[in-house]
Design a protein around this ligand. Sequence first.
Ligand SMILES: *[C@@H]1O[C@H](CO)[C@@H](O)[C@H](O)[C@H]1NC(C)=O
Ligand SMILES: *[C@@H]1O[C@H](CO)[C@@H](O)[C@H](O)[C@H]1NC(C)=O
Ligand SMILES: *[C@@H]1O[C@H](CO)[C@@H](O)[C@H](O)[C@H]1NC(C)=O
Length: 166
Amino acid sequence: MFVRSTLVAALASFAVAKPQEPCRILPTDDSWPTREIWDAFNHSIDGRLIKTIPIGSPCHDPTYDEEQCNTIRENWHVPEFHLPDPSTIMNPIFLNKSCDPFDPQETPCQIGAYVPYVVNVTSIDHVIKTIHFVKKHNIRFVVKSTGHECLHGTFNRNWGIVDLDA
Ligand SMILES: *[C@@H]1O[C@H](CO)[C@@H](O)[C@H](O)[C@H]1NC(C)=O
Ligand SMILES: *[C@@H]1O[C@H](CO)[C@@H](O)[C@H](O)[C@H]1NC(C)=O
Ligand SMILES: *[C@@H]1O[C@H](CO)[C@@H](O)[C@H](O)[C@H]1NC(C)=O
């Protein structure tokens, strides 16, 4: 409980003190961190960096899986289906057809509107290192919102999700 509220406080104060600026870098920019830099960052936060795999990827080549794809299609409009995946924006409309499970199998799965990385923070150290990293590289970040907590965070006991947005 202590860890949880401290994490929330640390993230919330940062979010309030630093309103989003319009000119953050994008994965397509030259200054976007290289694979090596992401790996080093991942290492520094105990391997808690998660690369987004769009939820619809089993419906597309080369990761096509008919059974998984059918499950995804049947549940796509059920909000709860999207909940366990930290990088999924709840309403599929907002995904702007990024890796749409209803598109043909041969359509490439685009990362599109999904955030490229998320960090599953479990300690203040992870929070500090994440904030340091996004500031240093000028990356936009979003503390995941649950909709029913006033603070902008998804906090489940003692871990939280920080989206490193594009
Ligand atoms: C971060 O490191 C962990 C543990 O080594 C690994 O499982 C995970 O795939 C890495 N994340 C990324 C985005 O490379
Ligand atoms: C949605 O996707 C279309 C086609 O790829 C693109 O032109 C448009 O800018 C996207 N809209 C948003 C809000 O990302
Ligand atoms: C985040 O990490 C915690 C603790 O290791 C784990 O229980 C939880 O499932 C993880 N959440 C996600 C979304 O990966």
